[in-house]
Design a protein around this ligand. Structure first.
Ligand code: FMN
Length: 355
């Protein structure tokens, strides 16, 4: 049942592009909904001859899977299938399609949110954009569930980069307002017990990147990474290097002086996060990502009922993560790897990735 909208908005819809694709030389297209038959990804433009290790893909998916009491009780097996683009364990160079079935579904939990919009989830905006035709169950196309497909695709990219000596690592540096938290479980369980949720910050470091990767202006390394990172649901901020704190530094403090060490040009500090002018300078690429507290909480909140545009309250039901942060590190690694494959292919050519 779709909402009745004006002819004006329908015309706009026809004119606008509906895309779920990122990337140029290497592109990634996502599809699926939280409670549909399945989710998946199409990766196009990856070099032929890259190893595809199904065991490694499964291990990466395991890292994203819910973590006992501190995550959602929904546990999917993530029995992925590669439909195309891989032959005898190597990429063929043609589009790779990976599908992951949704098996642990309880759609009855979501009856009410069809009309009562969860604050800070995508229920309202999806309803506005898709005129009520959206599959709202479990957050539909906006669900964190879709990130499993990104992780499966990212695993192939991470493996290819590792083969080139390029390593990506993400770690939690802040959670529930605590820096370098040692008691992650405790912080999350405390919020969960109160029917609430917490967010945090993850730092990602890429080492081994050659210099000269990234384009000036619009496809800069920062722009492309930010584009991909902001695609991850619940991401609300990204900082490169010293990030927002550079605003308070003097130039003499913020600049990264160059030195030659063992014949290689390096910088003494890395406040610019390994990127100058949108292009890698050979230092580690470092960025931090802010992840908001899970929007669905088990406390009564003000909202609206779109059936009659009335003010009401919502007490959410369903299965949710009291904190998304512990599950997102591997998603960040994955989108980072896919962006790097794209920009490295632009710099050195498609085939370089496989050599
Ligand atoms: C791995 C992962 C798991 C998530 N789990 C939940 C969840 O259980 N409940 C929820 O309300 N939001 C969850 N989210 C966040 C929502 O999908 C997200 O907040 C929503 O789509 C709105 O998008 P925005 O926060 O980017 O504006 C999750 C996100 C990720 C990446």
């Amino acid at each position: 049942m779709g909402n009745e909208k004006t002819s004006h908005s329908r015309t706009d819809r026809r004119r606008s592009k509906v895309k779920n694709t990122i990337g140029n030389s290497v592109s990634v297209t996502l599809f699926g909904e939280s409670h549909s038959e399945g989710i998946g990804v199409v990766i196009d433009g990856l070099a032929p001859g890259i190893r595809v290790d199904c065991q490694f893909i499964a291990e990466q998916l395991e890292l994203r899977r819910p973590k006992s009491q501190i995550s959602t009780p929904r546990v999917e097996k993530d029995n992925f299938r590669i439909l195309s683009g891989v032959y005898e364990g190597k990429t063929t160079g043609t589009p790779i399609c990976i599908v992951i079935p949704n098996e642990d579904i309880k759609s009855e939990d979501y009856g009410e949110i069809r009309f009562k919009m969860r604050p800070s989830h995508a229920d309202f905006t999806a309803n506005e954009k898709y005129h009520g035709f959206e599959d709202f169950r479990g957050g539909g196309h906006f669900s964190g569930r879709i990130t499993a497909a990104l992780v499966a695709a990212g695993a192939i990219a991470i493996d290819a980069l590792k083969n080139k000596g390029i390593l990506i690592e993400s770690r939690i540096v802040r959670l529930g307002g605590v820096d370098n938290p040692e008691n992650i479980e405790e912080i999350i369980l405390d919020a969960k017990t109160k029917g609430d949720s917490v967010g945090g910050v993850i730092e990602t470091v890429v080492t081994g990147l050659p210099t000269g990767v990234g384009e000036p202006w619009f496809d800069s390394m920062e722009s492309m990474l930010s584009h991909a990172v902001f695609s991850i649901p619940a991401v609300k901020g990204i900082e490169f290097g010293a990030g927002f704190s550079v605003a308070d530094m003097l130039g003499s403090e913020a600049n990264d002086p160059f030195r030659v060490v063992d014949g290689k040009i390096v910088t003494e500090t890395n406040n610019n996060g390994g990127i100058n002018g949108g292009i890698t300078n050979g230092m580690p690429v470092v960025f931090s990502t802010a992840i908001k507290p899970t929007p669905t909480i088990f406390k009564e909140q003000n909202t609206v009922d779109i059936r009659d545009n009335s003010n009401t309250t919502l007490m959410a039901s369903g299965r949710h993560d009291p904190c998304i942060v512990p599950r997102v590190g591997v998603v960040l690694d994955s989108v980072t790897a896919l962006v790097l494959c794209d920009l490295l292919s632009a710099r050195f050519g498609t085939d370089w990735m496989a050599n």
